[in-house]
Design a protein around this ligand. Sequence first.
Ligand code: CO
Length: 162
Amino acid sequence: MSAPLLAARWPLGLALLATTAAAQAGNCQLSIEANDLMQFNARALQIDPDCKDVQLTLKHVGKQPAHVIGHDWVLARSSDVAALSNAGIAAGLEHGFVPQSDRRVIASTRVVGGGEETTVTFSAALLVPGVDYTYFCSYPGHSTFMRGRLIQADKTKLATNR
Ligand code: CO
């Protein structure tokens, strides 16, 4: 292969790499807000099927302190949410209303109060295609209102095409 040809191929390769990185960053980094009215600002969050790690940032945009109306973001199989929510209440505020070393917890943030934000990173490999996932706030009484679905975009379609 001649030197000029090799040089000509480099810019294209770098451009493709840059495009892929940008697309991945957009779909693997999630953000959600919670307020003093016990509401998340999203009923569903979607991630790219190619994500390796997913980063979620929760921002409490209200004014109430964590011990009054605190919020967190906990991810679990939808079928585990009711039991996990009860186990979280038993765990108490000192454990962020999340049972410790509980394998049903796929990811969880700390509890934040108004004006605070927190971030958690988890491996997308923990998510099984075809399983329904729900995120919720584990603060006592909040999960009834504060919950939504985590969706992996086109994962099922990609799996059947292989
Ligand atoms: Co809450």
